[in-house]
Ligand binder design. Structure first.
Ligand SMILES: NC(=O)c1ccc[n+]([C@@H]2O[C@H](COP(=O)([O-])OP(=O)(O)OC[C@H]3O[C@@H](n4cnc5c(N)ncnc54)[C@H](OP(=O)(O)O)[C@@H]3O)[C@@H](O)[C@H]2O)c1
Length: 350
């Protein structure tokens, strides 16, 4: 059985461990904590072993720590790094590379410049096969993953008939459980957002994709507003929706008034962490005008990247094909069932 260490136990690390503990092919040997707070005992109460940096051992004296991060890595097959953006690169240099370990990094890192953690930004829908045999791979961020789930199927269906994608990302301020983070009553503009460049690493450097971003005071998901311009008359909304009927991780909803409706339903249904793990096309907002189709979809910021990490892990550790990984991920995340429930709950009214 392969041994996984999850370095960081915040929004992403806690979700990754919660799902991966159900995977009989691997064992989670522990999680890394850096602050001596209540989340240490929360992790322990969930049956996890907690490890801390050697130089911080004294700060954790009152807690039941299992050892140091430096030592646990000596007996580990792969690390899922879930540290705050930029720390993954430092961890690679200081911890993983010296021990010749495989690692997955999250969307706050980069694959360009002198702080690159990898030469591959993973998106299972676009470049699964490229991850086989790699030692260090970055999982795209939530917005970058969500865009892939929309752009790839559109390109496969319409190809060069599409001449341009314009996307406005309306980003959430904080995650649901980040109660310490205050929402500021403003609409913040993001200069030079990284998302377009990140998507182009798998969608093509010259792809006609133009992205801008703002941040709004909500915890309830991101919303992407996308205009797709065609060479000639644009397809009808139903032609667009049909492409996503069998797409993994894309639910088509008609009657959700807002993102909170979707999150509340996930909560009501007992989905883990109230995550849907997918994007939701708000089909009632799709409009076709002349050469342009306008669509909107919401993106479960925390949940969407967790099944992606699981697919990536299987490729790196076991060299599985896309189909093999996909079916194993499905057996743990039950994405088809969640999609069906969401689509039934928010079905078109006759
Ligand atoms: N939140 C999202 O919606 C989301 C979605 C997609 C991708 N991501 C990406 O996922 C990564 C993690 O984000 P997050 O939202 O989970 O952050 P988070 O909630 O702030 O959690 C970060 C965790 O990393 C730990 N940590 C601190 N320094 C570390 C270090 N040097 N090495 C390893 N871990 C360290 C923190 O420990 P202590 O609490 O003990 O200090 C904390 O448990 C980022 O790259 C982010 O961009 C986030």
């Amino acid at each position: 059985m392969k041994k996984i260490f999850v370095n960081g136990y915040g929004s992403i690390g806690s979700r990754v461990t919660a799902f991966l503990k159900d995977d009989p092919e691997i064992s989670i040997i522990g999680v890394g904590k850096y602050s001596p707070d209540e989340k240490v005992n929360l992790a322990i109460s969930r049956g996890l072993k907690v490890y801390v940096p050697e130089k911080k051992l004294r700060e954790f004296e009152g807690f039941e720590i299992s050892g140091t991060i430096e030592s646990v890595l000596d007996d580990c097959d792969l690390i899922i790094d879930a540290s705050p953006g930029g720390h993954g690169f430092m961890n690679k240099k200081n911890l993983y590379e010296p021990k010749n370990l495989m690692a997955i990094y999250q969307g706050g890192e980069t694959i360009v410049g002198d702080k690159a953690v990898s030469d591959l930004l993973f998106n299972s829908r676009a470049n699964y096969d490229l991850s086989a045999g790699k030692k260090h791979v970055m999982q795209g961020s939530c917005n970058v993953t969500g865009m892939g789930r929309i752009l790839e199927p559109l390109r496969e269906k319409f190809g060069s008939k599409i001449i341009r994608f314009d996307v406005t990302l309306v980003r959430r301020w904080a995650d649901i459980e980040q109660t310490e983070k205050k929402l500021t009553d403003t609409i913040e503009m993001t200069e030079s957002p990284h998302h377009g460049d990140d998507v182009k690493t798998y969608f093509g450097e010259d792809a006609p994709l133009f992205v801008r971003a703002i941040k709004v005071p909500t915890r309830q998901m991101h919303l992407h507003i996308m205009d797709i311009r065609f060479k000639e008359i644009a397809p009808r909304p139903s032609d667009i929706h049909n492409i996503f009927v069998n797409e993994f991780g894309v639910a088509t909803l008609w009657t959700a008034k807002g993102t909170k409706d979707v999150r509340d339903y996930a909560n009501e249904m007992g989905f883990n962490f109230t995550d849907t793990n997918m994007i939701h096309i708000h089909a009632n907002m799709t409009v076709s005008i002349g050469d342009t189709v306008q669509i909107m979809y919401s993106d479960d910021q925390t949940g969407i990247v967790i099944p992606e990490n699981h697919m990536l892990m299987q490729s790196m550790l076991f060299g599985k094909s896309y189909e093999e990984s996909f079916s194993h991920t499905e057996s743990i995340f039950h994405m088809k069932e969640k999609k069906l429930k969401l689509e039934q709950r928010f079905a078109k009214k006759s």
